[in-house]
Design a protein around this ligand. Sequence first.
Ligand code: 5RP
Length: 224
Amino acid sequence: MKDASANQEQKRAVAVRAAALVVGGQTVGLGTGSTAAFFIEDLGRRVREERLSLKCVVTSFSSSVLARDHGLSVFPLDDFDALDISVDGADEIDSSMCLIKGGGAAHTREKLVHAMSKRFVVIADASKRVSKLGEKFPVPVECIPPAVRFVERKLRELGGKPSVRFAKGGKDGPIVTDNGNLIIDVLLDMNSPEKMEREINSIPGVLDNGIFAITKPSEAFIAE
Ligand code: 5RP
């Protein structure tokens, strides 16, 4: 599982670089996680100091709270047909800029927001770089609760090692996503991320998975 407290300075540095890309009048998609949090914080600073006018959409409840705390204006996603730019972290990034996301269980809304963005910028500390996707991090699969056992079985048939994600404190039982669903983390040996993204999403009961090979970033800022 991810360590949100790791590599804070690298995360802040790439987040500040990404925040500098945003210009007044834009619609901005806000990611989820500790790296995206630095982006939200710095964008809030720019809005205050430069009096930028921005319309933001969020990828999770936690990003919504954080964005409002930093003075950003948050709008419903369906107010927009497209977004100018979105910025988010990642759990893994390979040399083709394919990602694994969903360490914060927010990948379904993240994929939607980033697919709507003309520019999707991923920001990451150096630990996120991998030579092969799935090397360090399992693929999160969001599924509706009654489908869990069926989806686990299908993921095993794909050669994966699935396990339902459980809360680590503050709640007994599994993690429930912002969409009211469960997360299955599956360790996979992946030769074609795009094919695997499609195959997992074709399992009935699956909402979306955390492979971003079809919806890919247009740019990546990765700390050295
Ligand atoms: C949340 C995500 C995050 O972007 C990903 O887990 C990276 O998080 P962090 O920036 O805390 O390392 O996909 O669903």
